[in-house]
Design a protein around this ligand. Structure first.
Ligand SMILES: [Zn+2]
Ligand SMILES: [Zn+2]
Length: 258
C-alpha cells in the first residue's frame, strides 16, 4: 500500500509558506509516495514540483485548487489550469475534457469556499460531468472540526474517500493522507476511479498549534522568508520563484492582512 497527500499549498498560493522544494523534502521525509501541490488558481508550483520530484523520490500529480463560483474544487491530472469563477459543473467539464479528475475539498461545512451538498449532488446527477468528480475529502487537517457532515454523507456518495493535509506550512505535509493499493500515481488514479482509497486522518490535536505556526510563518513571509528544503525559515530562493511573483505575493499578503 502507498500513501498520497493530494491537497498541499506552496508559496505560489498567497496564503502558504513553504517552497516547492520544501514540500518535496518533507513529503519524502514522511514517506509519502505521491503528492499533489494544489495552489489557489495557480498551477506553476505543481508543474515545478513535477520537474524536481525525481530528486526527492516522490511522484507528483499536476493539480490546482480551483475557485469555482460554487466553492473550492481540487483538480488533479490536469494539463492546463481551469479558469476561476466558473460553476462547479462547468469547471468539472473543463477538467474532464483534458483528462483530469476532481475531488471535493472540505465540503458541506457552510464555511466560505466550501461546496454544498446541493452543488455536489447537482454534479453527480449531471450526465456530462458526473464521471469527472471522483473523490471527497472526508478529512481535511485544516477543517477537522467541521468534517463530520462530510464523513456521514460520504457513506451515501459514489466517491472515493480522501484525507488531506491542505498544508499551508511545511510540517503539515502528510498530516492527513490517503492510502491506496500500489505506490504510483497511476495506481492511485485507479484506486480513485474504483473508489477503493482509504483515508488516514491527522491524529494530532486540532488546530491552535497549526494556526499559530501558520501566523508566525505568514508574517515571516512578508519579509521574504519561507520554509524551504534546508530550513523551516530560510530566505526565499529567488532562483525558484521569480521576483515579480514574490512581489505579487507580498502585495497580495498586504491586501489579505488589511
Ligand atoms: Zn480550499
Ligand atoms: Zn486548499
Amino acid at each position: 500500500m502507498g500513501t498520497a497527500d493530494l491537497h498541499i499549498h506552496s508559496i505560489y498560493s498567497y496564503d502558504a509558506t513553504t517552497t516547492v522544494r520544501g514540500i518535496l523534502k518533507q513529503a519524502a521525509d514522511v514517506g509519502l509516495n505521491v503528492i499533489a501541490i494544489t495552489d489557489h488558481d495557480e498551477v506553476r508550483g505543481s508543474l515545478e514540483a513535477q520537474q524536481l520530484a525525481p530528486q526527492y523520490g516522490v511522484e507528483v500529480i499536476p493539480g490546482v485548487e480551483v475557485s469555482t463560483s460554487d466553492g473550492h474544487l481540487v483538480a488533479l491530472f490536469i494539463k492546463s489550469q481551469p479558469p476561476a469563477g466558473m460553476t462547479l459543473n462547468e469547471t468539472l467539464l473543463h477538467i474532464g475534457e483534458q483528462g483530469g479528475i476532481a475531488i471535493a475539498p472540505h465540503p458541506f461545512n457552510n464555511l466560505p469556499h466550501s461546496l454544498s451538498i446541493e452543488a455536489v449532488l447537482g454534479a453527480l446527477t449531471d450526465e456530462r460531468v458526473k464521471g469527472f468528480l471522483k473523490g471527497i475529502e472526508t478529512h481535511n487537517m485544516g477543517t477537522q472540526n467541521f468534517d463530520r457532515v462530510a464523513q456521514k454523507l460520504s457513506i451515501y456518495l459514489p466517491l472515493a474517500k480522501i484525507a488531506s493535509s491542505d498544508a499551508h506550512i511545511y510540517w503539515a505535509v502528510g498530516a492527513g493522507r490517503t492510502s491506496f493499493s500500489g505506490t504510483t500515481a497511476r495506481e492511485l488514479r485507479m484506486a480513485l476511479e474504483t473508489n477503493t482509497t482509504v483515508p488516514i486522518p491527522y491524529e494530532g490535536e486540532s488546530s491552535s498549534k497549526a494556526v499559530l505556526s501558520w501566523v508566525r510563518r505568514i508574517m515571516m513571509r512578508q519579509f521574504g522568508y519561507a520554509s524551504d528544503a534546508r530550513s523551516a525559515s530560510t530566505p526565499v530562493d529567488t532562483q525558484q520563484i521569480s521576483n515579480s511573483t514574490l512581489i505579487k505575493i507580498k502585495n497580495k499578503n498586504k491586501r489579505v492582512n488589511k
